[in-house]
Every structure is written in C-alpha cells, then in structure tokens.
Write a protein that binds this ligand. Structure first.
Ligand code: NDP
Length: 265
C-alpha cells in the first residue's frame, strides 16, 4: 500500500528536525507514513504545492506561517485567534489549519512550578501565539522588544509592553527569549543592563532556540538559574501535530516515546 505523505515547508528547511521526529514515530507506531522536507520559496504557492505533491499533512516553519493561515479552508479557533498556522491536514480536499507551537510551548514551561508572571524578550510571530495561550491559562505576560512597531498589536490586546528605552524592571518568575537573537549569531536578546536587572530575580530562564547554548542561556547560567532551551517546545509541537496527522489514533505518551529519540541521535 502506498505511504501517506507528509512534509515540512519552510525556507530554509535543511536544518529541520521534523522529518526525523515524525519518521521515527511512524516507524515505531507502524503507521504507513513518510515525512519529507520541502524548501518553499514563494509562500503564495503553498496550497498549489501541497496538492501537487499529493500530501496529507504539513508543518510550516519560517517564513510561511501567515501564508499557511491564508491557505486554509477551515481554521481551528485558536489558530484563527492568533493568525498563525504551523500544521495543516487535508480532509476531503479541504485544508484544515492548526497552531501547535503555542500548546507545545505551554506544555514545555509547565514543568516550572509556581509561575505566575512571565517576561517575553521579543514580540514576533512566536510571541504572538504563545502570549495568547499563556494569558488564557492565567499567566501574566509582559513583553519587551527592540523595535516599537511590533508591540502595537500586543498593546492593543491589553499586554504590558516596553521597548529597551522605556523598560522599568520588575520581578518576573520566568524570563523567556522569544527572539531569534543567538540563533545564528552570538547576540543577546536585549541590552545586558536589562538582563542583569531581571535575570537575578527570576525563578528560571527559557529560550525558544534549540540545539545550541545561546548567549542568553549562558548569562542565565552564570546567575545559577535553572534553564531550558527550545527542544521540548519543538518535541511537543511535533507530537500535537502528529496527533492531528494521524487523527488521534495514538496517545501523547506513545508518540513521545518514539519522537524523542530524534533528540538523542
Ligand atoms: P519573528 O521573525 O516573527 O520575530 C523575531 C523577533 O526577534 C522580533 O521580536 C525581533 O525584534 C527580535 N529580534 C531578532 N533579532 C534580534 C536581536 N539581535 N536583538 C533583539 N531582538 C531581536 O520570529 P519568530 O517569532 O517566528 O521566531 C522567534 C524565535 O522562535 C526564533 O529563534 C525561532 O527559531 C524560535 N522558534 C522555536 C520553536 C521551537 O519549536 N523551539 C518554534 C518556533 C519558533 P524586532 O521587532 O526589533 O525586529
């Protein structure tokens, strides 16, 4: 029987761990599926490419999450609310869109006890979906960003927002790097004076970047803070996407037992 095909669309996409994660789970759970990577240059062609390749489902990474949102015929209410889709499943010729980044992130930080206040460094697309789910779960989220423009929609939604220039330090249980600073360079996500003011007061520090120790996490460690990188977020968003791909045939823990092997290979 022909395999059911899945893929990740992005640009670049060569670094993605998703093919390994999903193929390990397909194999381990004896699901007749195959997951590939596809470098999509023009986001406008997402839907056309999906059908040309004969896919059942995709994950979408930078820079196409908004195009993915546009391409869907049916949107899950949370994806609709945050305007970003990272998982699409085809059912009877229609594309159904979901956001699994945010619940994946929520689960990743749920290991920290007694956390109520969170400072986000950064206000991009990932901050948008994760701030929304955290607020729904009762966390108080404050954002600080390098440029003022990106903060507008957060301010309109009622979040406390600051630029580097007008920031007033406070006590935050978690300080989280939501920027791409440190991903391909060695920069900190905010001026060091600001980080030196908030990190010592925090219970722990989290980075959404995975696969390397960023300057932000190095600084947090120098203050002897518990730290966590973006690996669990990546794993958990993948497990939730896999649940959609396979129509809830497997439990979270069953999928995790195979998918997590991608992080030790
Ligand atoms: P966006 O491009 O939407 O936003 C980027 C953000 O980073 C902006 O707030 C931008 O600020 C800020 N920024 C970039 N460079 C710097 C810098 N040198 N100093 C200070 N601020 C900076 O990106 P995303 O929200 O899509 O992604 C953010 C991060 O999340 C990435 O590192 C990505 O890899 C990671 N990620 C991890 C996932 C996981 O599963 N672990 C899943 C999804 C994303 P400004 O407005 O001033 O430009």
């Amino acid at each position: 029987m022909a395999k059911t095909l899945f893929a990740i669309f992005g640009n670049p996409v060569s670094h993605s761990k998703s093919p390994l994660m999903h193929n390990l789970a397909f194999q381990g759970l004896s699901y007749n599926g195959c997951y590939a990577r596809f470098r999509l240059e023009e986001g406008e062609k997402l839907k056309e490419t999906f059908f040309t390749l004969g896919l059942k489902g995709i994950n979408i990474t930078v820079p196409h999450k908004e195009h993915a949102y546009q391409a869907c015929d049916v949107l899950d209410p949370f994806a609709k609310k945050v305007g970003a889709v990272n998982t699409i499943v085809e059912k009877e010729g229609k594309l159904y869109g979901y956001n699994t980044d945010a619940p994946g992130f929520l689960k990743a930080i749920s290991e920290f006890d007694d956390v109520k206040t969170v400072l986000f460094l950064g206000a991009g697309g990932t901050a948008q979906s994760t701030s929304s789910i955290l607020r729904d779960e009762g966390y108080k989220v404050t954002l600080i960003n390098r440029s003022e423009g990106r903060l507008e929609k957060f301010k309109e939604s009622g979040f406390d927002t600051y630029t580097f220039e007008n920031f007033e330090p406070n006590v935050y249980d978690l300080v989280i790097n939501m920027t791409s600073a440190g991903l391909e360079d060695e920069s900190l996500p905010a001026p060091k004076e600001i980080l030196d003011a908030v990190i010592p007061e925090a219970k722990a520090c989290v980075d959404v970047i995975y696969g390397k120790e960023t300057p932000f996490l190095k600084l947090a460690k120098s203050y002897r803070k518990p730290v966590k990188d973006g690996s669990d977020m990546l794993l958990y968003q993948g497990i939730i996407a896999f649940e959609y791909f396979t129509e809830q045939q497997f439990t979270f823990n069953e999928i995790r037992s195979y998918m997590q092997k991608a992080f030790i290979l």
